[in-house]
Design a protein around this ligand. Structure first.
Ligand code: AKG
Length: 323
């Protein structure tokens, strides 16, 4: 059996003791995060990720989707679909996208996740990037050589973010150079595109082979979790990559979030589907080491800005809040 079931899933109901009927959405999320933080942290330590089901309420999801649709309608020239390795997608990064709409303000420092992010990365961590992504339907046929028992899978481009960069990971107990939270804005199941991740503990990351040429990086792109029997996979778009085992395909409803160590292997699983998948990706890290561009926004990476510069470039709105 090559696949693991998605284990680390917590619901808002699991997490809080239904103490409050009168609380508003925000304080309910905060209470949930606080009372179960230890469980989240244990799971993150063990697997390098957790799934928080219902991190966004249906109202919040609808607000984001409507706001982005309005921004696309108002400025279609900024939302030109491009073909990403064979499948169509369109996305925009902050700060640009947030200058056009306030629909994403609430996810920058969402109370469902911030206590967890701070507990992992420590005081002083900041949001360092935010991207919105919409993947279009894809009607290409799956290759004859099916990957990992998934008959609709067209492509999986596995990567550790920023080529396995783990600069600064030793500064926290979770060996996490940066965190990425991916919020689902559509229901996701085995018939749609999804996020996939390979569970991996902090201890394993620490022990993996590294290169110290340039930045400190985990150096196992050609070998990590590669299927020993069938080491390569030619995807539907004629691209050949290592075929990896041990994955979890995150199939969850709209509003769920996967929070993962940015150095964990992950990918977008592209499937043959008529459904779109919309996501918001929010990244957090410590401002230091500044020489590492890990988890910086595209805006910052391109011009060499720091995390503080990215923060300063965000619009000034109370609804964005702070960490
Ligand atoms: O499509 C996804 O959910 C994952 C995207 C991804 O690989 C990334 O953000 O680096």
């Amino acid at each position: 059996m090559l696949e693991r079931r998605a284990g680390p899933i917590l619901t808002r109901e699991d997490l809080c003791h239904k103490r409050s009927t009168a609380r508003n959405e925000e304080s309910l999320n905060m209470a949930a995060s606080k009372c179960n933080l230890d469980e989240y942290l244990d799971r993150f330590m063990q697997d390098g990720y957790v799934v928080v089901r219902g991190a966004l309420s249906p109202v919040e999801v609808a607000g984001i989707n409507e706001g982005i649709d309005a921004a696309r309608l108002a400025h279609p020239e900024e939302w030109v679909i491009n073909s990403r390795r064979g499948h169509d997608a369109v996305g925009r990064d902050a700060p640009g996208v947030m200058e056009r709409t306030d629909a994403l303000d609430g996810v920058v420092h969402h109370p469902s996740l911030i206590p967890l992010v701070k507990a992992i990365l420590g005081e002083g961590c900041l949001c360092s990037g935010l991207s919105y992504l919409r993947r279009e339907p894809c009607l290409a046929d799956p290759p004859e050589d099916i990957d990992g028992g998934d008959p609709l899978a067209l492509s999986r481009v596995w990567h550790r973010e920023d080529s396995g960069n783990v600069e600064g990971a030793e500064w926290n107990d979770y060996f996490t150079p940066a965190i990425q939270a991916i919020y689902y804005l559509d229901d996701v199941d085995e018939t749609t595109h999804c996020t996939s991740v390979i569970p991996e503990s902090a201890a394993t990351k620490q022990s993996l082979p590294k290169t110290t040429e340039g930045l400190l990086r985990i150096d196992d792109h050609e070998t990590g979790y590669v299927n020993p029997e069938k080491p390569r996979w030619m995807n539907s778009f004629g691209q050949e990559y290592p075929r990896r085992i041990g994955r979890v395909d995150v199939h969850e409803g709209a509003g769920s979030a996967i929070v993962f160590n940015n150095a964990s292997f992950h990918c977008g699983t592209i499937r043959k589907t008529e459904r779109i998948r919309r996501t918001v990706h929010v990244r957090y890290r410590q401002p230091e080491p500044a020489r590492s561009n890990h988890a910086m926004s595209t805006y910052s990476r391109e011009v060499g800005h720091t995390v503080a510069d990215f923060q300063a470039a965000l619009p000034r709105r109370a609804s964005i809040g702070t960490i």
